[in-house]
Design a protein around this ligand. Sequence first.
Ligand SMILES: NC(=O)c1ccc[n+]([C@@H]2O[C@H](COP(=O)([O-])OP(=O)(O)OC[C@H]3O[C@@H](n4cnc5c(N)ncnc54)[C@H](O)[C@@H]3O)[C@@H](O)[C@H]2O)c1
Length: 314
Amino acid sequence: MKVVVTGGAGFIGSHLAACLSDQGYEVAAIDCFHPYYSIERKERQFEALTGGRVPLVRLDLLDGERTKRWLAEFRPDVVYHLAALPGVPYSLEEPLAYIDYDIKATVNVLAAAGEAGAAHVLFASSSSVYGDRGNVPLREEMADGRVVSPYAAAKYGAESFCHAYAHLYGYQMTIFRYFTVYGPWGRPDMAIGTFLRRLLSGEEIVVYGKGTARDYTYIDDIVEGMIAALHRSGGRSEVFNLGAGTPVTMEQLLAELRKHFLDMKIVHAPERKGDVKATWADITKAERAFGYKPKVAFAEGLARTVAWAREYER
Ligand SMILES: NC(=O)c1ccc[n+]([C@@H]2O[C@H](COP(=O)([O-])OP(=O)(O)OC[C@H]3O[C@@H](n4cnc5c(N)ncnc54)[C@H](O)[C@@H]3O)[C@@H](O)[C@H]2O)c1
């Protein structure tokens, strides 16, 4: 089976491309190496994880014609579309860039996948589409567009385009809403990545807001779920939460970190605009449709991430 992973040099994309290739799929990765974070880091993570086994195409998906031509030539059966500008804070600074990278590029991929005859498209959305709901389990049908950041608005809009293009082209559409993914090569702008880099260089860490919690999900569980969904049951165009199903409060995260960094110093700062207070995934739907069952407990996942960071983040 031929599979394309867009955003294949990114954090989740590199892990996914490597795992698909290990399982015998014919995989190609597409990435434009957007400078949102270090290009050199993207090259390193792609190389370290895929070990040269996955061909990488440097292509900006905002170029609709090139995207269409390339996909028509490769003729994938499956397209995982992960390429996007991620991150909430930057979306407050550059909202229009998110319309380009998270919506326009998605429309280009959806159309190109349809023209190329793909049978299944899987899209990376986000728990941010639920808006700020407090500490309650979030079920797929609860998203209603009342979001609190331009990033979330772009993802919610992109989801709508996914449903439309699944209808227009007749392919199967799977939309994943990830809940704060972490692990080795985790994105350097996210809380755990930022904390680890500062702790390793002996600096204090900055904690924004009070009473926050995140449903941290280990990368291997996410990748396993994304691959299991290739054989899911259910309708043509469906949305699934991929989370751990167990929110971790900031206090719990700090307590776990302190086990690894005994002299950790913390500075508190006001909450950041656009951030939600808490996320908590109800994962029943994914469990029923494709047997999704996260396995890595937070303490274990964090320990693995710290061990990785001690080796690679110096
Ligand atoms: N990491 C998380 O916790 C998380 C949570 C929710 C949703 N997501 C979504 O999952 C996807 C992957 O996230 P990630 O954490 O791996 O981010 P990432 O930034 O590491 O990966 C995204 C990749 O897409 C590439 N890209 C962006 N625009 C492109 C374009 N026009 N053409 C080609 N390549 C392009 C970037 O260069 C980057 O390598 C994103 O869509 C993100 O919004 C991630």
